[in-house]
Design a protein around this ligand. Structure first.
Ligand code: MSP
Length: 522
């Protein structure tokens, strides 16, 4: 069975921001974890390119919508390459094959009697591409998210008969694992309890969209088209654009990872659309929190937006990934604080992990002929570091399985902390000055090197670069978690205590993690 996971398909109204990088990095860690465990993975990301918002942005820039989308989606592609995101697909909803998938899907929904004509009146937020149910003010209402005026709409559209799916959607969201974290379930439940209303799935007078077959003048509402991007993305390069073929490539999705603002679309509208077309439902929708910066919402008007390309350039992949995954519980909102960012990177990665590895491999090389010291039978599974490693392994595997990246990161770090503590207690540098202690020192250094090896492997899904440098320093091979990996699950066996070979050469150490010195604000 394929493990299919998706990021949202990002609007191309603007260049990528840190919010999009956040979701994508987290999905990358999850995809790498699953590959390392030996699962077949299809990691989907992409761009959402139709609708009024994009059309207006292109007009304002004096470009055709297509030229505008080509430009911004290329920025996304480049950014993900530079971050070494291991996505297997990058779908663009302007891909001609997508239009055919949307048409085929619509035909099924229409044949099921779920498309009716109706009059749509209401306040619309173009930035959200969404009708707002109950604007707080009757006069000049604003979007609560975007703080921009809503626009009054009154037009004849095609509606999807969402109201027919009330019971099925109630049952679906009551399933414990479907909406995660569980704390997010309430808001969806409350929305559904109010009674599901049909929603419009077409627009008139909006040329930048996919035309609705058999309904002259209508284009698909951007969300109807975008959600189907998850299915088009399943197609392989050589596949004909056929809905059943696409579905056979990895549907249903194992998880849609999204921000909390678009939960309703994924946990209510999308499953109802799939039910109508007679298709299986995704197993899980995970709604993560929002990032703020130094306590403030990030926005262009405040001039405090963190550019992920810039951040990468100045701080590197490991630092940013570590901070976002290790400091913020994935379901909760999180605040990006520069001081805390550099403190964590320097303490956890440069000091705790970097120093542990460096000083241990230097001592081993100096006293044991540039090689892993010979371990005695005393270094078995009851050694304190063997036990710490087993504990870390269990917690990291559980944490990643549940998208609790923070607990996984902390558990991996704990192993390095335990190894440093052990080293300080044993103080092989003093012991080495005494007579007859060589065997004990060999055992102690072996144990710390072995803990470092396991820490590096546990870090592989979270910080693939640092993990690789650590493993190279230990003379180990690198497990492949990239998009082209052939998953064999060897990683799980390598995580077992005792796999480090005594006598294996130890390459010359060099620092695995540079300190982050940010003299200026990011
Ligand atoms: N195009 C739709 C998704 C369609 S999926 C079929 C969309 N795009 S978006 O570009 O506006 O947002 C993409 C994601 O970025 C959303 O999950 C949103 O929650 C997330 N974020 C936007 N700002 C964010 C932060 N400040 N912090 C974290 N995530 C944020 O919605």
């Amino acid at each position: 069975m394929t493990y299919t996971l998706t990021t949202p398909l990002y609007y191309v109204n603007d260049k990528p921001h840190l919010g999009s990088a956040y979701t994508t990095l987290a999905c990358d860690a999850l995809a790498r974890f699953k590959r390392l465990k030996g699962e077949q993975v299809l990691f989907i990301t992409g761009c959402d390119e139709h609708g009024q918002k994009i059309q207006r942005t292109a007009e304002a820039a004096g470009l055709s919508p297509q030229a505008h989308c080509d430009g911004v989606s290329a920025q996304y592609r480049e950014l993900w390459e530079r971050w070494q995101i291991s996505n297997n697909r990058l779908i663009r909803t302007t891909d001609p094959r997508h239009r055919q998938i949307v048409e085929q899907f619509f035909a099924r929904v229409e044949a099921n009697g779920d498309i009716v004509e109706g009059r749509q009146q209401g306040w619309y937020c173009v930035a959200c591409e969404e009708f707002k149910d109950d604007p707080h003010e009757a006069q000049d209402p604003e979007c609560p998210t975007h703080k921009r005026p809503l626009e009054w709409r009154d037009e004849v559209n095609l509606f999807f008969r969402l109201s027919r799916y009330q019971e099925q959607i109630e049952a679906l969201i009551a399933q414990p694992g479907f909406i995660q974290p569980a704390s997010r379930r309430n808001e969806v439940e409350n929305f559904v309890k109010q009674g599901l209303r049909d929603f419009s799935i077409s627009r008139v007078n909006l040329p930048w969209g996919i035309p609705v077959p058999g309904h002259e003048g209508h284009t698909f509402y951007v969300w109807f088209d975008a959600l189907l991007g998850y299915i088009t993305a399943l197609l392989e390069q050589s596949d004909a654009p056929d809905l059943d073929t696409a579905l056979s490539r990895g549907w249903p999705a194992s998880v849609h990872v999204i921000g909390k603002d678009i939960l309703r679309f994924h946990a209510v509208y999308w499953p109802a659309m799939l039910l109508s077309a007679g298709l299986p439902l995704p197993a899980k929708v995970f709604g993560h929190g929002f990032l703020t910066r130094e306590g403030q919402k990030m926005g262009k008007s405040l001039g405090n937006v963190l550019d992920p390309a810039d951040l990468l350039e100045r701080c590197g992949r490991d630092a940013v990934r570590w901070y976002l995954l290790r400091d913020i519980p994935f379901g909760d909102d999180g605040d990006f604080q520069q001081q805390r960012f550099s403190d964590l990177v320097n303490n956890d990665l440069a000091n705790t992990i970097g120093n542990m590895l460096n000083r241990t491999s230097s001592m081993a090389r100096r006293w044991f002929d540039n090689a892993v010291p010979p371990a005695s039978a005393a270094i078995g599974s009851d050694h304190p570091l063997a036990q710490a490693a087993a504990q870390a392994r269990t917690t990291v595997l559980q944490g990643l399985e549940q998208l609790e990246f923070r607990s996984a990161a902390e558990a991996a770090l704990q192993l390095a902390i335990a190894a440093n503590g052990f080293l300080n207690e044993q103080a092989p540098w003093s012991r080495m000055k005494q007579e007859g202690t060589r065997d004990q020192v060999a055992d102690d250094l072996y144990a710390v090197l072995e803990a470092a090896r396991i820490t590096a492997l546990l870090m592989a899904p979270l910080l693939p670069d640092l993990s690789e440098r650590m493993l190279l320093q230990l003379g180990q091979s690198i497990p492949d978690s990239s998009a082209t990996a052939q998953p064999d699950g060897a990683w799980l066996t390598q995580l077992e205590w005792g796999a480090l070979q005594s006598g294996a050469p130890l390459p010359e150490p060099s620092p695995v993690m540079a300190r982050l010195e940010l003299s200026e604000p990011l």
